[in-house]
Write a protein that binds this ligand. Structure first.
Ligand SMILES: Nc1ncnc2c1ncn2[C@@H]1O[C@H](COP(=O)(O)OP(=O)(O)OP(=O)(O)O)[C@@H](O)[C@H]1O
Ligand SMILES: [Mg+2]
Length: 329
């Protein structure tokens, strides 16, 4: 595949790869397991994810990206290398790679991401802001003289951008997103039920029963963890009703960030946004009631595109046509 172009969404939780002509060819957790004594990588992606919370003291499972930014350069490079190798024969034809990064990252951080991809085997690398990529992937014509607001709630960051005429007019990026709901569930169960649950259990509770609005029929699940007083395993029943308030408190931080961005937009852009509604993407936005809460609190209607988790990667794959928007390395 000479001249292959690959879009890479290097998320805090998930890595997605998009190939021109093929669509999404890879979707795996962005985690790496390594041996602390030898420094050797044991597994990457799904295999490493299965080990989360179940390793010995020798094996550590880590997210090499924190809030979308390279926290560990070498592990990030090896993770990218592994995923690129999985999707293409890049040893023969090195691909061009376009990578998305959160809105707020510095030039130095953009360069670190681009360098990691280059060292992992990319022929050329470009970097694009997540909000722009999400808009392109959601089918927004970003070149139009018409404002569009995109809110991408990922695992580690929420990126908000008002886009018009090929650029981001106003933007914000906060470190409150899908994983913050998990942290809140862990905190709540510890303080209310004296039970400590792991990251994966908290995420499961959130996706199964977590809601930001009262549900017609209350949902319940059983969480397993460790009783903090006895140190023994304990199961506890958790309901969507009791989680409503703690989860809403997290979501309100996202709503406040959206309001801040809306307040900074010009009257013309605001009129466009009220007409079209805002576009909600990212896995973190899949928590029940997010569109309803945003509408209730901001008065702006919400459009959730098809496969909202894939919008950013689709956008990176399609972004080459907007070459002048890309940071080239
Ligand atoms: N059905 C669901 N309900 C609630 N939350 C969900 C659901 N599916 C995924 N999530 C959450 O979405 C988040 C991951 O979203 P996404 O894959 O968009 O993040 P990311 O791109 O890896 O992160 P970032 O953009 O912050 O670097 C996780 O917190 C995950 O728990
Ligand atoms: Mg993301």
């Amino acid at each position: 595949m000479p001249g292959a172009t690959i879009g890479l969404d290097l998320g805090t939780s998930t890595v997605l790869v998009y190939m021109a002509g093929k669509g999404i060819v890879l979707r795996e957790p962005s985690v790496v397991a390594f041996d602390v004594e030898t420094g050797e990588i044991v597994s990457i992606g799904y295999e490493a994810f299965k080990m989360l919370g179940r390793t010995s003291s020798r094996i550590v499972v880590t997210h090499p990206l924190e809030n979308g930014v390279v926290a560990d350069f070498e592990l990030t490079r090896e993770m990218i290398r592994y995923f690129l190798q999985k999707v293409c024969e890049y040893k023969v034809f090195k691909p061009k790679v376009i990578i998305s990064v959160p809105n707020y990252v510095t030039i130095v951080e953009k360069r670190a991401v681009a360098d990691a991809a280059k060292e992992a085997g990319a022929r050329k690398t470009y970097v694009i802001e997540e909000a722009l990529a999400a808009a392109i992937g959601a089918g927004v014509d970003i070149s139009a003289p018409h404002g569009c607001c995109v809110v991408d709630v990922g695992g580690g960051t929420t990126d908000i951008g008002i886009i018009s005429l090929n650029g981001i007019a106003v933007s914000s990026s906060i470190k409150v997103a899908g994983n913050t709901f998990d942290d809140e569930i862990i905190r709540y169960l510890r303080s209310k039920h004296n039970v400590l649950v792991g990251e994966r259990t908290a995420e499961k509770i959130k996706t199964e029963i977590g809601s930001l609005v009262p549900l017609d029929t209350e949902l319940k699940t059983v969480a397993k963890g460790r009783n903090l007083l006895t140190g023994l395993p304990q199961s506890v029943e958790v309901s969507s009703t009791e989680l409503l308030e703690p989860l809403r408190a997290v979501a309100m931080q996202i709503v406040e960030a959206i309001k801040d961005v809306l307040e900074q937009a010009t009257p013309e852009l605001i009129c466009d946004l009220f007409e079209d509604g805002l576009v909600l993407t990212g896995g973190g936005s899949l928590i029940k009631g997010m569109p309803e809460l945003i509408l209730q609190e901001t008065g702006v209607s919400v459009r959730v595109p098809e496969d909202p988790v894939a919008c950013v990667v689709k956008g990176t794959g399609m972004a080459l046509k907007y070459a002048d928007l890309l940071f080239e390395e």
